[in-house]
Write a protein that binds this ligand. Structure first.
Ligand SMILES: [Zn+2]
Length: 279
């Protein structure tokens, strides 16, 4: 059996099959699962996905024009008894039907494998996380993109390395802010483990990070103990956690900016009112 073959007999949801399953990951199916596969083949619904042309979330509809590339276009798929069947699935953006997504699947020896897609999962994900560029800065944002890109090629442990660097960086950022504050004990900080460091930095750090500091130990565990597939399985949850931390940090910065602006304008207004009073 191939190393990347999933023998759990659990097929992904249809939209996961299109948008989250990495290329070349094979799923074995049994006779009872033929119906689920036929649903994928004849899917008439829509999928929610970022459109890289519109540069925003969109709804993509399929025209159900599944093509059977190598066995005549009109033959219905029998799935189990025909090997080397390749199908093409096309979806169009609801804003502009020239914005399209393409997916290719191969059925062989009772397995289904996604063997192609355009745009790539990495490109779709890069659009989705573009909003974090400002908050992360260019270098870290590129690392975040690499983490997401690696998972689209089935590389989980490598992706965890990048996410851990982002996590450590967020903590270090808060540390640098705190270092000059009154009563800060740098020696204690240096001696502390990461979960203790996070507790020491609970004020500048986003709440979500402080409450979910176990994310760091999961990331570390992934690098040292979890298997490639286990990292891939938990990656979406950890990524969501990092995004929530970034969202909160972004809100914090927006708030600080507004407070600064409001204080400045109120100060100026007071000055103006004072000078009017003195006239
Ligand atoms: Zn579009």
């Amino acid at each position: 059996m191939k190393e990347d073959e999933d023998n759990s007999n659990k097929l992904p949801d249809i939209s996961d099959f299109y948008l989250n399953v990495p290329l070349y990951k094979s799923f074995t199916f049994n006779d009872q699962q033929r119906d689920a596969l036929l649903k994928l083949y004849h899917f008439k619904g829509h999928i929610d996905c970022y459109c890289i042309s519109c540069q925003q979330p969109s709804v993509f509809h399929t025209d159900n024009s599944v093509m059977y590339l190598n066995q005549g276009s009109n033959r219905p798929p029998s799935l189990v008894d025909e090997n080397n069947r390749i199908t093409k699935h096309k979806f169009s953006c609801s804003r502009n039907e020239e914005h399209q997504l393409f997916f290719f699947f191969l059925i062989h020896n009772n397995t289904i494998t996604k063997i192609g897609q355009y745009p790539s999962l990495a490109d779709l994900a890069a659009v989705e996380i573009r909003k974090y560029r400002t908050i992360l800065g260019n270098d870290l944002w590129l690392e975040f993109s690499k983490a997401v890109g690696l998972t689209s090629y089935g590389i989980g442990i490598g992706a965890f390395v990048y996410l851990r660097r982002i996590f450590e960086n967020l903590v270090e950022d808060a540390h640098q802010k705190q270092i000059a504050s009154n009563g800060w004990d740098e020696d204690l900080y240096k001696r502390s483990r990461m979960d203790e460091k996070i507790s020491l930095l609970r004020h500048p750090l986003p709440d979500f990070l402080v409450k979910n500091k176990s994310v760091y130990s999961i990331l570390s565990k992934g690098i040292h103990e979890l298997k490639e597939d286990e990292c891939l399985d938990v990656f979406p949850i950890i990524k969501l956690g990092i995004e929530l931390i970034l969202d909160e940090k972004s809100e914090q910065l927006q708030r600080e900016k507004k407070i600064k602006l409001a204080s400045k304008e109120i100060g100026e207004l007071n000055q103006r009112l004072k000078s009017t009073d003195s006239k």
